[in-house]
Design a binder for this molecule. Sequence first.
Ligand code: ZN
Length: 409
Amino acid sequence: MRRRLGLAITAAALAVVLPVTAAVADPRDDKSAVDDRVKELQQEFEGLDEDLARVIAERDAAQEKLPDAEAESKAADDALAEAIEKDEDMAARLTSATNAQKDLKDSIKSGTEEIDKHKTSAARIGRQAYQNSGITSDLAMLLQMAEGTSADGGIGRVDSAVRSQQRTIDKLSEQRALNKNNEERLSGVTEKISDLKDEAAEAVLAKEAAQVDAKKKADSLNDLISAKDDAEKTISDNKDKTEKQLADEKAEQDRLAKKVRDWEKEQEKKGSFVFGDGVLANPAEGYPTTSPFGYRIHPITGAKKLHTGMDFGVPCGTPIRAAGDGIVVTSGWNGGYGNRVVISHGKIKGNSIASTYNHNTKLKVHDGQKVKKSQVISYSGTTGASTGCHLHFEIMENGGYVDPKPFIF
Ligand SMILES: [Zn+2]
């Protein structure tokens, strides 16, 4: 008889499970998924915002350095142009000095040739006179010429011709000496100009290197600025995309929030959220309470610890009854709680209330099952962290443990 009734209850329980199963497609689940996505997108958006600010700051810093770098590059261009001009000037001076020196050398050479020619001519005239007069040597003849004496009457004529040659030789020699002197002085000048030309060429190389460096610096700043511009654009695009996505998700979030509100209203209308009369009953009627809710000092360690529920001294296998109408949130093993049942009673006086039943030996309900007040949901035991058979009963108000006593007495 009892057995058949049990089956009937199970069947009825299965029947009421169906709408609860439908509640698996709870819009609150969808909304919470969208809430998570919105949160993620918001974080992503903020991250992009930070990236963007950083890139812009880096770009601005480079931009600030650019005018100086470009001015330096321009100054390096000018310095190079000046060095090149000086080098060309030195090259021109060196060429003209070298040419002048060459001209002088040519003049000296042709002067020497001319002198030689005249010397030859004088010697020839002397030899002819010697052959005619019997003078024994060129030296004697020249001595005679110098003293203005003559070996015979013919010498006077010879003397005049030789003197004419000698005057020409003297004039040429004077000119040649002058040219030699000028050439020597010019040689020193040319050497100095050549040194200056070398210096100018070196300066050109140095200025060229400086110009390359300055240009490189300005170029790399420009490259950096353009890279930052690109990055800014990419991040901005991403930001726009994320912003749009975020707006879409937020719209979806709003839509779902409305859907959830509607759903909750409907549930409340159906009575799924306000269960029964909102008055809870003792889950172990007729049994004594052995330990109250509240802080208690551990007899040995002295540690202060919250006793999150109240204990009932029930023998092993005592039927445990639901404190009120509701839906089974969980029914199963739960660590120190042992075999545990958690029932949501919906809202009572505006607060979400749930009750829990712990250390059971056997569970009679399953997740999602609708239960009525005083329905047997389990049999007491000492499973989990328990030293003997008892019922550890808890009330959760808006997710926190509160004293169950005012709810059931
Ligand atoms: Zn307890």
